[in-house]
Unconditional design. Structure first.
Length: 671
């Protein structure tokens, strides 16, 4: 990689705090990896460099890039992780400070929502249907603000009241089950580091250099973790772009990057403004849109390195259905030019916009994939296999036992589970141990006794096999067969059953691959492996064939495509309607600016061509509403765009195109 002057300055800076403001497409990953390479070449031990990114995909990409730069052995010694995987490692060493004497359980988002749903039902907290993710989101915000249950303020809002009632019970349940949710994986280490000076000093001495990627996406607890790990040398380098801060709704604080100098006085700031991704006109549109921001921001202007190319195309359609037809027709034109489906993306603000697009693409026979859909490790059959394996490692894992106790069906439904829980409470045994005592439980359903014996016996046998150093992949395959989830082909299975079986086999293959690469696994190694799998929330098993990508704007962050279609650019969609509510805007005045940043992120996904469209009207229950162009389309440089002619309609003459352009300019000028 040939470094430009700004990139070189960031790579060679190695004393004191550093903020690298990396604009979209400016080569920030290369800067991070070459900075690590230089430190290693200067004699810094790889294990004393901690580099944190936000996704497993980003961490894996960084690790892969380091191999040719420093060699496989030194790359393996580098501490490259996400915030959550670092938290797991930290808690593996320090959880005793919180009273956890042995292994702990990691609760993913799905498990957390299941627990909240059970608490609401059991405690009678609400007498109507509740949006469980909304409750979990509030609890997450409380945790990341280091707010204990008793510190949550009273509120007149229903959902605040529900969350305030659930939070203390939720925390008690986590502790009883020796579980940490995803937020705890960062919050708990910070609490320990703040409370225990000896532990804090130990970890500060462990690393000479700290690096954080995508710093604009950090929340308060993640910032506090970085601050707590900073030693006297203050060799902390963060890389990010406040113009791409789009996750405020889930707790990210753009102020972390804007106020970096307050946290690290005397910090050096280096801007990366050369863009190596997008054509000149695309950058003109992006720069013009973000320049109108009314919020606090670090001033920067993306400078193109790829000149020429097409203008940005801005088009109108009568409604969303015609907009979908327009997009599909234009894709057909791109295919005629010889471009591939795999380099085409359709981006939208809300997932509800995808329905008409999907219908039109199916109608046209254009293959596509929805990016950011169900992740592999979120699939039920995958989580079921992992739950069985966690029970082998840690039979006290009540969360996993509840998940699979009656899957496949074995007569251990709600009545049986309630009796097992009562027995556990009465005897002090674990829920798993109670499975072996069903003959002692009064009125235990006969249908469940045999199922309890089979489940208990299968887990015990698997534990014994693992203790005898048998290969985990073999033990797991035998366990699945014993409980009725055999990976072997089943006569007459339908496509869904086949896909579920294949996904279970993929988990077995992961175990086998881990053993081939790193040797046999005992209880401790399997526990660590399962913890790592729990954190791989961004992994997908998708067909890599030639397909159009459909994605929400948030999911598209970090991606890039030759041809991008940005649809639905009207007020109420882009920006979202909730940011236009005066009450909401007064409470959170930065929301509209986050929408502007989201538009900026969408525009900068495009390499070669960008198509922006908007429907003119919407019909709902017989009422037709005229839609207003998005405010983000006002002030676009006239030399950077031209009207997008719908290929599905007749060819327009030059005079018609000129008249259409004048009309669109007049409408956009009113914004």
């Amino acid at each position: 990689m040939k470094l430009n002057p700004s990139q070189r300055a960031a790579v060679e800076f190695d004393q004191g705090p550093l903020l690298v403001l990396a604009g979209a497409g400016s080569g920030k990953t290369g800067v991070i990896t070459h900075r690590i390479k230089r430190l290693v070449e200067k004699g810094v031990a790889p294990g004393r460099i901690l580099a944190v990114s936000f996704t497993n995909k980003a961490a894996a990409e960084m690790a892969d890039r380091m191999i040719p730069l420093v060699g496989r052995e030194r790359a393996k010694a580098l501490q490259l992780s996400t915030f959550h995987s670092f938290g797991v490692r930290f808690l593996g060493e320090e959880a005793k400070a919180l009273g956890y004497e042995d292994r702990f359980v990691i609760m993913d988002q799905g498990d957390a929502m299941g627990l909240i749903k059970e608490i609401i039902r059991r405690e009678g907290i609400a007498d109507r249907a509740i949006d469980i993710p909304a409750i979990l989101s509030r609890i997450s915000l409380y945790k990341n603000a280091f707010m204990a249950p008793e510190e949550v303020p009273e509120s007149d809002l229903d959902y605040d009241q529900f969350a305030r009632a659930v939070y203390p019970i939720y925390e008690d349940e986590l502790r009883r089950m020796r579980a940490f949710d995803f937020d705890d994986l960062v919050v708990a280490p910070v609490r320990i580091l703040h409370a225990r000076e000896d532990i804090r000093e130990k970890w500060r001495r462990r690393f000479d250099y700290l690096m954080v990627d995508e710093f604009q996406d950090t929340n308060r607890s993640q910032l506090e973790l970085v601050l707590a790990l900073t030693n006297e040398a203050r060799n902390v380098a963060v890389v990010g772009d406040d113009d791409q801060s789009i996750y405020g709704w889930r707790g990210a604080e753009v102020g972390n990057i804007l106020d970096f100098e307050r946290h690290y006085p005397g910090a050096t700031i280096i801007k990366l403004e050369e863009n190596y991704r997008s054509r000149e006109n695309i950058l003109k549109v992006a720069n013009a849109a973000i320049a109108q921001s009314r919020g606090k921001r670090h001033s920067k202007v993306l400078r193109p390195t790829r000149f020429g190319g097409e203008p940005v195309f801005v088009g109108e359609a009568e409604d969303a259905a015609e907009e979908a037809q327009m997009v599909a027709a234009q894709i057909r034109e791109l295919l005629k030019e010889g471009f591939s489906l795999g380099q085409i993306a359709i981006l939208y603000r809300s997932n509800t916009q995808a329905r008409l697009i999907e219908e039109e693409l199916r109608h046209e026979g254009l293959p596509y994939r929805v990016y950011g859909g169900t992740q592999f490790f979120d699939r039920k059959e995958v989580k079921d296999v992992l739950a069985y394996l966690r029970l082998v490692v840690f039979p006290r894992d009540e969360l996993s036992l509840r998940r699979i106790i009656n899957y496949p069906a074995r007569g251990l439904g709600d009545v049986s589970l309630a009796k097992l829980e009562a027995h556990r409470a009465k005897t002090g045994l674990t829920l798993f141990e109670s499975l072996s005592r069903v003959d002692e439980i009064d009125d235990f359903p006969e249908s469940g006794k045999r199922g309890a014996q089979i489940l208990y016996g299968a887990i015990r046998e698997a534990r014994a096999s693992l203790a005898q150093k048998q290969r985990v992949s073999v033990v797991a395959r035998r366990l699945l067969g014993a409980v009725g989830l055999s990976p072997e082909p089943v006569p007459g299975e339908d496509r869904d059953a086949l896909n579920r079986r294949r996904n279970r086999i993929h988990v077995l293959n992961l175990l086998e691959k881990r053993e081939e690469n790193d040797g046999p696994m005992g209880f401790s190694e399997l526990s660590s492996f399962l913890q790592r799998l729990s954190l791989r929330a961004d992994e997908k098993r998708e067909d890599d064939g030639d397909r159009i990508t459909l994605s929400s704007l948030h999911s598209a962050k970090g991606l890039e495509f030759d041809h991008v279609f940005l649809i639905g650019c009207v007020e109420g969609i882009m920006p979202h309607s909730r940011t236009l509510d005066p009450k909401i805007t007064e409470a959170a005045p930065t929301d509209i600016e986050e929408e502007r940043r989201l538009f900026y992120v969408a525009v900068t996904r495009a390499r070669e061509r960008l198509y922006i469209s908007r429907p003119l009207r919407r019909s709902l229950r017989g009422t037709v509403t005229r839609l207003t162009p998005s405010r983000f389309l006002s002030g676009l440089p006239e030399d950077a765009w031209q009207p997008w002619e719908n290929p599905a309609k007749k060819q327009l003459s030059f005079d018609e195109i000129e008249a259409l352009a004048a009309s669109m300019l007049e409408q956009l000028g009113k914004r």
